[in-house]
Design a protein around this ligand. Structure first.
Ligand code: SF4
Length: 757
């Protein structure tokens, strides 16, 4: 077992007393979320007691001490470069690095893994060395996807962790508060300093009944995404309760929590139950299950909460599992939810391509033993009914543990016979690491992944990507056409006969236990002080970081230009693209060449084409930013709603800072991106009147009274139009005192380094 058992024991030893103290202070029953958060507060006054307070949800910034940190290879590079520059000898909490994002899916698992090891050797070596030196567990390429490996090895009920990936909430399936953050936040926790979060609001989701037919756990979150939309969970933790929760497997709960990121939730969580205990035991952690059993009453909401949820949650949604249909969400956004009974109609009415070009099962969201066992029952029927996949059919297992187990138990063989190609245990097509052969035509694909923004999977903006459960994906793979409701209509087999698919069934855990991955994990050195980490100054993959300069508040915020006024959705994929750019995630200057190249310029409707107001030349966004920087011209970006939604990648904040950006002014922000901007010394600001977005012209010049930045006080954006007219608009911000300290120091990291001296 790689879990740090002493740390888990410590959390449980104080859990009851911490929760009891908090309940006394609050004078009311507590939700599960509140119990875990209050149990992880910063210790008060020299470690005696905790820093208790009746915190305002959605208002108060609170300091927490999470139990652990997880980082994936694409974000770990920048997180660890920052950690190194803070000059701290060893991580303060158990931490791990997982090599999953940089493996491209092209041929098959072994070929692609060999290619990744060759092409990324410099990065893998850097991550392995830094991990060894600073006390971090290292999971090699091929060992699995971060969230699956965390669920199998590290998540525990009542724990709290952060991870440098937006789907970190997957661990909520094991009753853990697990939050996706940027690398600078990971540095805080690894450095042993408190980690700050605005005390979240709470959305209670009551599940009643039990799933029937083709419906699966994924359909619960697909349905919820349709109800709450991509912004609905912003600033909130989604807590599931009700009798339906116990009907779901632990990994099914993980799927639901994982995709809570798609509604912008801070994280999602399920109460502890016997399904979680079973999962802990099957994954070699019976001791943790016993410890959790000892505090079981504290690992769920108090009884009164369930009786009167509206009184204790800020919002309550009820989903009846008995009547829930399979859902298909998309294209281009994960909240466009359509039940399968209505889907053929929607395909026709919207002109979506109905013929499927590819079906993909896997990712961190849906590649558990249960997922694969259920789809394998469909594949086994297919073999007896002369059915084969009617499109490209890819499987990406979530971990070597799952892959080896489904190979032993025969599910992989059944999928292989149906025409599946099994890729490496890695993110692959989920993050644009899919070397897809074929044209760039308009086409439809269906995946069991979580995210389907434009071009996310294959880089083709004309690909209509739909998200569904693995069961729905395999059904459509056999139907070959999105206008066939295979749950009610027959599909055509290789002999031209019409055959009905039977509903999938499966085990959530393997009877014979999991096959252990003996080779994927490398423990850190007991004493890493003699290990050196060298970065080649000529490398195009890695670059040592230099601290950002502290701003001159009198000078730096005058005569600003606008780099781009982004129109519509502007996710972290638009701000810092993934796909082939992933290889530059450890080299700030090189990756800055993708700054905002996916954002649509509201003045011409095109991507990566803006007018340089200094030279009058129209050019690429990064080149324009570099030119402004070279001329000492500060700039800002203007955007619309939920700017920076999507991933936790802090490159989306580092790049504008590196290329001379000063402020991002939008209608609203996604939480992680807003914090990332603050940590890097940028000003994330929102229009006090959203309609003021329309007042911004392409050739305006701006000034900001940044020196007046104070908690709760608006800033003024003075606008000088090219025709000589001037006007002022008010901007909101969410900076508190500590965050203003980051801004004035030039970055949060500058403050950590200064405090260490
Ligand atoms: Fe990897 Fe996709 Fe999961 Fe992100 S969402 S960790 S890219 S599999």
């Amino acid at each position: 077992m790689v879990q740090d058992l002493d740390m888990v024991k410590k959390v449980y030893s104080n859990f009851k007393s911490n929760v009891d103290s908090a309940r006394k202070l609050l004078g009311r029953p507590m939700t599960l979320t509140e119990k875990i958060l209050y149990a992880h507060l910063k210790p008060a006054n020299g470690g005696k007691g905790t820093d208790l307070n009746n915190f305002g949800r959605g208002k108060d910034y609170v300091d927490f001490y999470p139990d652990r940190v997880a980082m994936q290879d694409a974000t770990a590079q920048m997180a660890l470069l920052q950690f190194m520059s803070a000059g701290i000898p060893k991580v303060a909490v158990p931490s791990t690095v997982h090599c999953d994002h940089l493996i491209q899916a092209e041929v098959n698992a072994s070929t692609d893994l060999a290619t990744a090891n060759r092409e990324n050797s410099e990065v893998y070596e850097f991550l392995a060395n830094v991990s060894k030196k600073y006390g971090i567990g290292f999971w090699k390429p091929g060992a699995g996807i971060i969230h699956q490996v965390v669920l199998e090895n590290y998540a525990f009920p009542g724990g709290m962790m952060i991870g440098t990936d937006s789907h970190t909430p997957n661990a909520g399936g094991l009753g853990m508060i697990a939050i996706g953050v940027g690398g600078a936040d990971a540095v805080d926790v690894m450095a042993g300093i408190p980690w700050e979060l605005k005390f979240p609001k709470l959305i209670g989701v009551k599940l009643t009944g039990s799933l029937k037919g083709w419906a699966s756990a994924k359909d619960i979150i697909l349905k919820l995404a349709g109800i709450l939309t991509v912004k609905g969970g912003t600033g909130a933790i989604v807590e599931y309760f009700g009798s339906g929760t116990a009907t779901l497997s632990c990994t099914g709960k993980g799927t639901i929590c994982n995709m809570g990121a798609e509604i912008g939730a801070t994280t999602s969580i399920f109460p502890y139950d016997v399904r979680m205990a079973d999962y802990l035991k099957k994954t070699d952690r019976a001791e943790i299950a016993n410890l959790a059993d000892g505090v079981a009453d504290y690992l769920k909401a108090d009884v009164d909460i369930e009786k009167n949820p509206e009184k204790y949650y800020d919002q309550v949604v009820t989903i009846d599992l008995d009547t829930l249909e399979p859902h298909i969400n998309g294209p281009f956004t994960p909240d466009l939810a359509t039940p399968i009974s209505q889907f053929a109609k929607a395909v026709k009415e919207n002109g979506w391509p109905s013929k499927l070009s590819a079906a993909l099962i896997g990712s961190c969201t849906n590649s558990s033993y249960e997922d694969i066992d259920r789809v394998a029952t469909v594949a086994k029927q297919a073999a007896t009914q002369n059915l084969k996949a009617k499109c490209e059919f890819l499987i990406t297992p979530g971990s070597e543990q799952v892959r080896a187990t489904i190979e032993r138990d025969g599910q992989l063989g059944a999928l292989d016979k149906m025409g599946a190609n099994v890729m490496a245990n890695a993110c692959g097509p989920c993050i644009g690491q899919w070397k897809r052969h074929g044209s760039q035509e308009k086409n439809s694909i269906i995946t069991s992944f979580n995210r389907n923004f434009t071009a996310r999977n294959d880089g083709n903006p004309k690909t209509h990507a739909f998200v569904a459960s693995p069961e729905t994906v395999i059904g459509f793979a056999l139907a070959g056409d999105l206008s066939i409701d295979f749950t009610k209509e027959p599909v055509t087999n290789e002999k031209g006969e019409k055959v009905m698919l039977q509903t999938p069934k499966g085990l959530d855990l393997p009877d014979k236990g999991f096959v252990k991955d003996e080779h994927g994990y490398v423990a850190p050195a007991a004493d890493g002080s003699s290990i050196t980490v060298a970065i080649n100054p000529k490398s195009d993959r890695l670059q040592a970081l230099s601290p950002f300069n502290a701003p001159s508040l009198d000078k730096d915020f005058n005569d600003l230009r606008m780099l781009i006024k982004a129109k519509g959705k502007c996710t972290t994929d638009h701000i810092s693209m993934a796909g082939s750019w992933l290889k530059f995630r450890g080299h700030l200057d090189n990756i800055s060449n993708n700054l905002l190249i996916g954002a649509i310029n509201s003045f011409n409707g095109e991507a990566n084409k803006v007018k340089n107001q200094a030279s009058g030349v129209t050019g690429a966004v990064p080149a324009t930013a570099r030119d402004y920087k070279a001329q000492g011209i500060g700039w800002l970006v203007v955007g619309e709603e939920n700017y920076g939604e999507g991933s936790s990648r802090e490159h989306a904040a580092l790049e504008p800072r590196h290329l001379g950006g000063k402020a991002i002014v939008v209608k609203s922000f996604a939480r992680i991106h807003e914090t990332n901007l603050k940590k890097q010394g940028m000003l994330p600001l929102t229009f006090a009147t959203p309609a003021d977005y329309d007042k911004i012209r392409e050739d305006d010049t701006f000034s900001l009274n940044a020196k007046d930045l104070a908690p709760g006080k608006q800033l003024t954006l003075s606008i000088k139009h090219a025709d000589g007219q001037t006007e002022s608009i008010m901007l909101n911000h969410t900076f508190n005192e500590q965050q203003i300290g980051w801004f004035k120091a030039g970055s949060a990291l500058n403050l950590i380094a200064a405090n260490k001296k």
